[in-house]
Design a protein around this ligand. Sequence first.
Ligand code: GCO
Length: 417
Amino acid sequence: MEKKTQKNLKFPDGFLWGSGTSAHQVEGHNHNDWTEWERSNAKRLAQHSKKYWEKSQHLFPEMGLESNYISGCACDHYNRYEEDFDIAKSLGQNAHRFSIEWSRIEPEEGVFNEQAIEHYRQVIWALKKRGIEPFVTLWHWTLPYWIAKMGGWEKRKTIDYFLRYTEKIIEELGDDVKFWITLNEPEIFSGNCYLKGIRPPQKKNILSYLRVIKNLIKAHKSSYKIIKKINPNSRIGIAKNNIYFEAYKNRITNLFLKKFIDWWWNFYFLNKIKNQQDFIGLNYYFHNRINKGFNKNENKNTTDMGWEIYPEGIYHVLKNLKKYNLPIYIIENGIADAKDEKREKFIKDHLYWIHKAIKEGVDIKGYFYWSLLDNFEWDKGFWPRFGLVEIDYQTMNRKIRPSALEYKKNIEKNAIE
Ligand code: GCO
């Protein structure tokens, strides 16, 4: 009888495999606009969770506690990065994304903290020593408190501050880093902070929202130029959260809405910076079947946070990015899954669709699972568990989840089965 052979789907040679974190979510002991906001909002968020997350309350009782919403010492990654990178290496990873915390670098206006810069130099070297390629984000949502007090991204002055900070970082660390991500998810940031008003500074003002987007575009373009001037060989992009939008039942109004929102959410920012990026950093989490402006997803399978799991969406999103003719790195894709029941399949299914896009000519060069560690999930706090590595927040012990070992098998084979 003929033996059934399993087919391996190979990824391109030199494909980067990694995972990511962001400073505020893992480092601990920061002082920035978020830590201030956490202090004054923890109580409200704890109370709100009791209603909003009623059904998952018993699974994650910590969501009802104020302490869940205070980043505090987070994962103590600021002190334990060597241990964490040892884990990443043991999991076969050859790339890692992290962010530099601006509030540590410039705690007061114009005052740069050399010790903090030295810290990140050590972090970068720690990665390189382990054969791990650093992807460094300059701004992952948190601001030095003095900038936030002055009006944050609504003010044009913040662009100048960002450029001065960029210049300092690139002069100091530029020689050791090839891949830079200037900004993380401008749409999610501006939408949550200036339109929905659920994250600091909690505004609900369309003009502020538009102003912030405009300033972020400007900030990226100018910082791109600064980085290139100092280090022409560096590769620069942003982290772009794209959503797979569909029109429910292909109804005409839904199609029209889909077209508009696709343009605004997925492409507007990228179009504006199309001459100032060397790669596209894609973050993929969401699918949205639009019906009269509302979301009509089937939600057959969801994460601990109730987000629909829809791996096929990443394929469509990738195909739609092909028109930019740039290399694409998937720099975030992940799942909150405390029991680690769905993560292995989640990763494999997404890799399957990514592979299909590669086969059809999309130039995809890397995949970074979000996240290496369980961490502080912004206004949700610590209860959502995204990590390949589980953190015990009492002891700070790290424990590798079984799905991480499955991911490792893919990395070692540079393939999925
Ligand atoms: C984001 C952020 C991450 C989140 C992750 C899960 O891109 O939204 O970069 O900080 O933790 O996306 O929500």
